[in-house]
Design a binder for this molecule. Structure first.
Ligand SMILES: Nc1ncnc2c1ncn2[C@@H]1O[C@H](COP(=O)(O)OP(=O)(O)OP(=O)(O)O)[C@@H](O)[C@H]1O
Ligand SMILES: [Mg+2]
Length: 244
């Protein structure tokens, strides 16, 4: 029973605080559990700590307490396995793209995981099709538009079929058609999702549960419907215009 409960938790965070090397405290005592199969949004104003929190999910940043992903503590000895399970799409696509061609960037993960050449090709084709970017294989990622870069960055993670998809502002810079096709794709992917977003349309369309962050803390959480209809809460945290 206990083992089952641990298995069902995709993410388990208790009392997590994190201070950047310059002394800025990015996270303050965060508690968060995300169950397998959930889609959870993290919303909050600029500088709230959303990206900082997400970067703890595959060990890029590490704070004072142990973050567990699918029951595995995020620490050195588990990082390889965790990074196989957790696909993190960075807020800035430039952080995700480093190869000379789009193909190489999207193939990087599958090659690293040891897939055969035909399997790698199939995964790249599938991932590029999901983001509507077939035909871009030989282009340089660095010479694409920002929205195109964003879509390729998403493909680099989808090509690994992660069990937990962590998306930091996935729809920023996407045109409406790309944005809605991404919604559809994400909705259909049967994996756990954690999405940091300013795009409340995305949050409403994709996530059943929402947590609100501000100044490094989680200040509210509940069903997306209840959070997004709480206008005073949204206003208090810079997420809705104050008209009065
Ligand atoms: N490398 C860093 N060194 C020092 N402080 C940092 C660093 N990265 C972020 N911060 C600070 O930590 C706080 C949280 O930043 P974070 O990027 O997590 O916010 P965010 O909620 O993702 O904001 P946004 O909505 O703008 O993406 C901010 O005050 C930011 O200035
Ligand atoms: Mg951010």
């Amino acid at each position: 029973m206990v083992a089952q409960e641990i298995m069902d938790k995709a993410v388990d965070i208790e009392g997590l605080s994190f201070t950047y090397p310059d002394g800025h405290q990015g996270l303050k005592n965060i508690d968060l559990v995300v169950y397998r199969g959930e889609a959870v949004a993290v919303i909050g104003p600029n500088g709230a700590g959303k990206s900082t929190l997400l970067l703890h999910l595959n060990g890029i940043l590490r704070g004072n307490s142990v973050v567990k992903v699918f029951g595995l503590p995020v620490e050195e000895k588990n990082l390889k396995e965790i990074r196989r399970k957790v696909g993190l799409i960075f807020q800035d696509p430039e952080d995700q793209l480093f190869s000379l061609t789009v193909f190489d960037d999207v193939a990087f993960g599958p090659i690293n995981m040891g897939y055969s050449e035909p399997e790698v090709k199939q995964r790249v084709t599938q991932a590029l099709e999901w983001v509507g970017m077939n035909g871009y294989e030989q282009r340089s990622p660095h010479h694409l538009s920002i929205g195109e870069k964003k879509r390729i960055a998403i493909a680099t993670v989808l090509s690994l079929n992660p069990e937990l998809l962590v998306l930091d502002e996935p729809t920023s810079n996407l045109d409406p058609r790309s944005k809605w096709s991404l919604f559809e794709l994400l909705r259909q992917l049967p994996v756990t999702k954690i999405v940091a977003a300013h795009d409340l349309e995305l949050v409403r369309a994709l996530c059943q549960r929402t947590v609100v962050m501000d100044e490094g803390k989680i200040v509210a959480g509940g069903s997306t419907e209840s959070i997004l209809s709480d206008v005073p809460l949204l206003r208090a945290h810079g997420l809705a215009p104050c008209l009065d």
